[in-house]
Design a protein around this ligand. Sequence first.
Ligand code: GAR
Length: 197
Amino acid sequence: MKKRVAIFISGGGSNMVRLLEDMALPGHAAEPVLVLANSADAGGLAKAAEMGVKAVSVDHRPYKGDRPAFEAALQAELDQVHPDILCLAGFMRVLTEGFVAPWEGRMLNIHPSLLPKYKGLHTHARALEAGDKEHGCTVHLVTPALDDGPILGQARIAIEDGDTPDSLAARVLVQEHKLYPAVLRQFAAGNTTPITL
Ligand code: GAR
């Protein structure tokens, strides 16, 4: 039986598309059952639907000030498709312990830095400001602490003279598109050995 995967996105969903493409290839131990965005405007929703995957939105805005109610609405969508694995792929809402705890060990996230460096936002600018020589991305298991949790894979790139946050983001994204599918493929098959690209 294939593992059932739900993916949460907030925007264009390029990582989500790569995960769907990889799961469509032979020999993958998982299959997608849901793509969920926190806004109906998220460009990735149409892409997921085109690829034949159930795509829904749960707008966070009506729940302003009531995160548990927003998270209950997210969980209600998950309960309809009972996934085994939940992948955050550019999902830009912070999830509380109440949501995360039941998913611990089954929820993955991709973050655009070499964790534990640069948790949170503006990772590319912060790596440049720090004068780092290398940068990259991390896939990790989600724990209640933001951008924390056991690392399942990292991909590194060199920072070059003249790099800007945008140029770095573009090169890191290319690596994200390789790393996340590789990690999910292995994780779904029961292997949590960290991957290094
Ligand atoms: C990706 O770069 C991902 O690492 C980042 O958002 C982008 C989403 O792009 N995630 C975070 O910053 C999470 N804190 P995508 O929608 O094209 O996959």
